[in-house]
Design a protein around this ligand. Structure first.
Ligand code: GDP
Length: 177
């Protein structure tokens, strides 16, 4: 048995963005014997969702903290210990993009997250009404200055279909290594 290097990765974003689905899909793809829950039956996260995958010599431990406003107070404790953040956006819910941006701004201003690599996932790209990457970037670029000195990437994905998952993990591996 070899000792794996343990990394802690936060999955943040509004409720219903697809965080639970992303975590399920990621574990399904990376863990050989993983028994997935029926993805279509996942409902909005309440409380803490955890998961773990092995990638090469690394173990990624994911924390999905749930998006509900009243739970955001709990986030700080986890911020201090994480190696990377995955921020999930529901690209199809245009009426909540502004709300998501506000939540994003709050997150990147947190001092515990200074310099922590940030992967922004524009999720639900399988839906016709979804906002595409250039427009997502335009909206979230208003925060560019606050993002500061850290690795940051915006990627398209469909957590439901499994598109864009591997690319994101690959990016995270490079950043935390
Ligand atoms: P969470 O609250 O952020 O954990 O979001 P969930 O993972 O529970 O997903 C909320 C809803 O969005 C569920 O009905 C999911 O099936 C759906 N969903 C998640 N990801 C996708 C996606 O990539 N495409 C589509 N069409 N639906 C998605």
């Amino acid at each position: 048995l070899t000792q794996k290097d343990q990394y802690y990765i936060l999955i943040l974003g509004l409720d219903n963005a697809g965080k639970t689905t992303y975590l399920e899909q990621t574990q399904t793809r990376f863990n050989k014997n993983y028994k997935p829950t029926n993805l279509a039956r996942i409902t909005a996260t309440v409380g803490l969702n955890i998961g773990k995958i092995d990638v090469g010599k690394m173990t990624f431990n994911f924390w999905d903290l749930g998006g509900q406003e009243e739970l955001q107070l709990l986030w700080d404790k986890y911020y201090a210990e994480c190696h990377a953040v995955v921020y999930m956006i529901d690209s199809a819910e245009t009426s909540r993009l502004q709300e998501s941006l506000e939540s994003f701004n709050k997150m990147i201003c947190n001092e515990h997250l200074n310099g922590v690599p940030l992967l922004v996932i524009a999720n639900k790209q399988d839906l016709e009404e979804s906002v595409h990457i250039p427009d997502i970037k335009t909206v979230f670029n208003t925060s560019a200055q606050k993002i500061g000195q850290r690795d940051c990437s915006v990627m398209a994905a469909s957590a439901l279909k499994g598109d864009g998952i591997d690319e994101g993990i690959e990016w995270l591996v490079k950043c935390v290594a």
